[in-house]
Design a protein around this ligand. Structure first.
Ligand SMILES: [Zn+2]
Length: 557
């Protein structure tokens, strides 16, 4: 308890008399509530009390809860459904904010649509020296090839344009941007990257994986003011989606400083569990004092590192053990030699960090599993709960190694339903059995941390729960579900977006369920996902979002 000088305590007492207690407990009543408990049972509750610090006092019947919080302020939830705040275990917060503030091509159905959108955006933003955007996907356009700089010049030629592919693993430049980046026919492909070229060897405009950095290094640096606009926009979106915690898959020192500043000033409206991108300069700086396990009332943590093994399936950058089924000359790309990536993993492990490695292809997953197998024991870091980000196409014989080595698969259900047609073309009928294989992982006792990889996919976690349960897209396709034998039950999907996502961040004792002593992170939704048909889960709307007992989104805020 805080000691208050006599005079101000008299004032507080007077204010309490007039306004009701300013620092009282709160009870939400008349709730259709669901939470998991420590024994993995799905509990129902009608009331929940939380204190002025934002921690749950009790959940249960109205009478039970009233007895535990006799002087509380009561809020009538009018029978609405309340569940724990959902957790996205893999997203890119600043990428989401950029998507929301830059040219968004995620909705473009054809190349012509995208070019028109780029031209319109250029005319609407005459002062922007560089035009940036993301979200294009030549697969959706049914183009059968990458788009070109010449095509983009047709829409915008007076300024450089840089448009990231939907998965962030390729970028599309116009001629101005290629010139500014100094890319000519003599520029070699950098390690782990590819410059798309015509028959004469000239760059055609798309840069894959590490080659994107050629343009990346000439992009204007983001100012702090610009970063604040981007973060504000992302946080608004995150709160409106019913996410109370997100794991940011790769940040640098500038983002870390901004997160701490936002947390200090009560502006962080979602908890952020951040991973340091790479083990270079920023890691050395940020790890000087060791992992930051918790900050500002568990609003922020920085105790993980994000590394990359390979690229993505869509751009055929994912590393496969055998060639691509639809491009027999290509195995994709491992970003680094074993010795190099293992040295990075070891460096982070030795400094006490959780190591979370992006691995999409079966060769990428195997490279990293081999690394974990070698290093986890050596560094005595099993307790760090190291993760594989995506674990998307895994050799069937490698899946058991996640359990035996103790690696958490961090998976994104909507990747399956967005990728399903493309993925099977890329890897064929046999390898697809180890792809997006949630049921196989769950059956062996792996705890899957679910997320979306926003802005690659929508940040809406109900899309993820829907995809996890149905293996169908929002249009209900395919009718029987895509490899429906790998679907989750609703309870499992709910757990992967709450308790198990929290587990993958060492936070299952404070987050992920509504139980006494945990943070009162909860959302009010407009339908009961446990009683409606699974096909309707993706239509769920969020009415209110509360983080640590504070409402951050919705009516009444
Ligand atoms: Zn990602």
């Amino acid at each position: 308890m805080r000691l208050i000088p006599l005079q101000s305590s008299l004032f507080v007492l007077a204010a309490m008399g007039a306004l009701g207690c300013a620092h009282a407990d709160t009870v939400i009543d008349n709730v259709n509530g669901y939470t998991l408990d420590g024994k993995n049972a799905l509990l129902r509750f009608a009331s929940m009390a939380f204190d002025d610090k934002g921690k749950v006092i009790a959940v249960g019947s109205k009478a039970q809860v009233a007895a535990r919080a006799p002087k509380a302020k009561h809020v009538d939830m009018q029978g609405k459904t309340v569940i724990p705040g959902l957790i996205d275990a893999h997203g890119h917060v600043f990428g989401l904010g950029e998507q929301l503030t830059q040219l968004d091509l995620a909705g473009s159905a054809t190349l012509a649509d995208a070019l028109k959108a780029a031209g319109d955006y250029a005319r609407a933003n005459p002062a922007q020296a560089w035009l940036r955007g993301r979200g294009w996907n030549q697969e959706i356009w049914k183009l059968g090839r990458f788009p070109t700089a010449a095509e983009l010049d047709g829409a915008v030629a007076d300024r450089p344009v840089w448009l990231e592919r939907v998965d962030g693993h390729a970028g599309w430049a116009n001629t101005k941007a290629l010139q500014l980046a100094g890319i000519t026919r003599d520029t070699p492909d950098p390690a782990g990257g590819k410059i798309m070229r015509d028959a004469a060897g000239n760059a055609t405009g798309v840069l894959v994986d590490a080659a994107q950095e050629l343009v990346g290094k000439v992009l204007p640096r983001q100012t702090e003011a610009g970063a604040r606009v981007v973060l504000d926009r992302a946080l608004q979106q995150i709160a409106s989606m019913g996410l109370t915690s997100v794991h940011d898959a790769g940040i640098g020192a500038a983002q870390d400083a901004l997160y701490r500043n936002y947390a200090d000033h009560g502006k962080l409206t979602a908890r952020v569990y951040a991973m340091i991108g790479d083990t270079g300069e920023d890691f050395d700086l940020l790890s000087a004092k060791g992992p930051l396990k918790t900050y500002a009332g568990d609003m922020y943590a920085l105790r993980a590192v994000k590394l990359y093994s390979d690229g993505a399936l869509g751009s055929r950058g994912a590393a496969l053990l055998a060639p691509y089924s639809d491009e027999p000359k290509s195995h994709g790309l491992l970003f680094r030699k074993n010795a190099d990536i293992y040295a990075m993993m070891e460096k982070a492990m030795k400094r006490g960090y959780q190591v979370n490695v992006h691995a999409i292809g079966d060769a990428g997953n195997r490279q990293i599993l081999d690394g974990y197998q070698k290093l986890v024991g050596q560094t005595a870091s099993a307790g760090q709960r190291h993760r594989m980000e995506h674990a998307q196409v895994v050799a069937l014989s490698d899946i058991a190694r996640f359990k035996s080595i103790g690696i958490v698969p961090s998976m994104q259900p909507t990747h399956a339903t967005s990728d399903m047609n493309m993925a099977e073309q890329r890897v064929g009928a046999e390898r697809i059995k180890g792809a997006y294989a949630w049921r196989t992982f769950l059956k062996q006792g792996s705890r899957i941390a679910c997320g979306s990889d926003f802005p690659v996919e929508s940040s809406n976690p109900f899309y993820g729960i829907h995809a996890a349960v149905t293996r169908q897209d929002a249009a209900g396709k395919p009718a029987a579900g895509w490899y429906a034998n790998e679907a989750m039950t609703l309870k499992e999907a709910f757990r992967c977006f709450t308790l198990d996502a929290a587990y993958s961040a060492h936070q299952e004792k404070t987050l992920g369920s509504l139980e006494a002593g945990k943070w009162a992170d909860f959302i009010v939704i407009d339908q009961d996902i446990f009683t409606i048909p699974a096909a309707d889960i993706h239509k769920t709307g969020v009415l209110q979002t509360w983080v640590g007992g504070r409402q951050v989104f919705g009516a009444g805020k």
